[in-house]
Design a protein around this ligand. Structure first.
Ligand code: PLP
Length: 503
């Protein structure tokens, strides 16, 4: 490098320079966590704010880490929304933890690219083992374990998990029929299913038939059903099964005591067991997406919500949401790994090696879209080992208890209503419009959301359920305690009083 001073400048990877700089970075991050409550939770900057604060081009000469830290403080942090703040209650949580950090650091430190077993046997084998551990913890059926035909794989996100599953499901159906049966394939999903399913169908452009089944009121799929089936418009059987699926979702409010499935919007639950049976009897691929709430199912008292997963062909949950594993880490299990491999494998000359050719190993490149992959299992392994199952269960239960506390506070104030039954750590609620102003409820709640979030004291998000504008209060940040929830409720009440006073 021209002008590079080997004695002074930062080398690409010198162990002693790394030690010094990484220590400074750890101090910086530790201080950030110590002071995290001083920042507005939702970044208050305007679009394009950073353009004028940074130079037009990269520096010709090295700059110091201290200068960069100063810029992070002055220019970057104002544009950060603090997902790890104890006052963060928006969307769903995206947990960090010391164990998650350490795993992430180790993964970055080793910086391997583990696409085939041979590229780092430990990366493949640890991933298989850790996902078996997690599958056992969730009491998933044995077919999901790596000892048989199935197994687990870590994808970056639930969206990637859904995409590869739809691809495998599509191809499996096509193998049964013929290649030109594409237009006959239908994906059934609840209209409350995460938009990841729609996106997967968009990506798989030959997959036009996404049937979003009508909502079962607020009580809709948390596990986000997605079923793939060969659909023939003239087939009575297919029509019948569609009708059954439809009536089941409609009926899910029936207090039949049957298992239900739930959504990103409201975490309510649908009849997974019954839907699974329909899927199975019609030769469908049945996928269960438990991105958020899957974590809760490590507690025996919440495992009931995935009763019926026994019928599923595939199941995913995001360890990076509510399982103390730093982003990204989305666990996906399949019962038949050949379906994935048949859709996703390539075998170019430059990747051939003895172990792969002899079929002795798993090559995770064939279970995902990209070739390259990170050593993500390290962080999940660290989380499971450094916290242990009992602590992880307490962690989940504590958030659910805090949500119960918040729900109680809302229920006591007659100006508000809790809109959907709470199951996990999300409370859906709204401010009731005054009697003479009932048509104004959407604007009122939207104004309340804006007012609250612009205080910077807390951050919550919203959704629309059956035409009603709903506020979502999702508890799950690792630092959140009861006092934060109580204080957040006070912010909500105060802002509501101001708004109602103006009407
Ligand atoms: N599925 C469900 C049920 C979700 O709640 C979410 C995100 O909240 C997703 C999928 C998408 O997650 P990801 O960002 O990991 O793709």
């Amino acid at each position: 490098m021209d002008g590079y001073n080997r004695d002074v400048d930062l080398k690409p990877m010198d162990a002693e320079q790394f030690r010094e700089h990484a220590h400074k970075m750890v101090d910086f991050i530790a201080d950030y966590y110590k002071t995290i409550e001083n920042f507005p939770v939702l970044s208050q900057v305007q679009p394009g704010y950073l353009r004028n604060m940074l130079p037009d081009s990269a520096p010709n000469h090295p700059e110091s880490l201290d200068d960069i830290f100063n810029d992070v403080q002055a220019k970057i942090l104002p544009g950060v929304t603090h997902w790890q703040s104890p006052n963060y209650f928006a969307y769903y949580p995206s947990n960090s933890s010391i164990a998650g950090f350490l795993g992430e650091m180790l993964s970055a430190g080793l910086n391997i690219v583990g696409f085939s077993w041979i590229t780092s046997p430990a990366a493949t084998e640890l991933e298989m083992i850790v996902l078996d551990w997690l599958a056992k913890l969730l009491k998933l059926p044995d077919e999901f374990l790596s000892a048989g035909q199935g197994g687990g794989v870590i994808q970056g996100t639930a969206s990637e998990a859904v995409l590869v599953v739809l691809l495998a499901a599509r191809d499996k159906v096509l193998r049964r029929l013929s290649k030109n049966a594409l237009e006959k394939i239908v994906v059934y999903a609840s209209d409350q299913t995460h938009s990841a399913v729609q996106k997967a169908c968009q990506v798989l452009t030959n997959y036009p038939n996404l049937w979003l089944l009508l909502p079962n009121s607020f009580v809709s799929s948390l596990w986000n059903l997605c079923i793939c089936q060969c659909f023939n418009a003239n087939s009575f059987l297919s029509r019948l099964s569609l009708l059954s699926v439809r009536s089941l979702t409609y009926d899910s409010r029936n207090p039949s005591g049957e298992l239900q499935v739930g959504t990103t919007s409201s975490t309510a639950v649908d009849p997974l067991l019954a839907l699974g049976k329909i899927a199975k009897s019609n030769g469908m691929w049945f996928h269960v997406d438990a991105a958020y709430a899957g974590s809760a199912c490590i507690c025996p008292e919440y495992r009931q919500y995935i009763d019926g997963v026994e019928e599923a062909d595939s199941f995913n949950m995001n360890a990076h949401k509510w399982f103390l594993t730093n982003f990204d880490c989305s666990a996906l299990w399949v019962k038949d790994r050949t379906a994935l491999v048949q859709s996703l494998s390539t075998n170019p000359e430059f990747l051939k090696n003895k172990a792969s050719q002899a079929n002795m190993v798993v090559d995770y490149k064939d279970w995902q879209i990209p070739l390259g992959r990170r050593f993500r299992s390290l962080k999940l392994w660290m989380v499971l080992r450094l916290y242990g199952i009992e602590n992880l269960q307490c962690y989940i239960r504590n958030h659910i208890k805090l949500a119960e506390h918040f729900e109680g506070l809302v229920a006591q104030d007659p100006r508000f209503e809790v809109v959907t039954p709470r199951i996990f750590s999300l409370v859906c609620f709204r401010l009731l419009p005054p009697r003479n102003n009932e048509d104004n409820d959407k604007k009122l709640n939207n104004d309340l959301l804006e007012a609250i979030n612009s205080t910077g004291k807390i951050f919550i998000s919203h959704t629309v359920l059956s035409g009603k504008y709903i506020l979502r209060f999702a508890i799950g940040a690792p630092l959140t305690e009861e006092r934060h929830v109580t204080a957040a409720w006070k912010v909500l009440q105060d802002e509501a009083s101001v708004l109602l006073g103006r009407l």
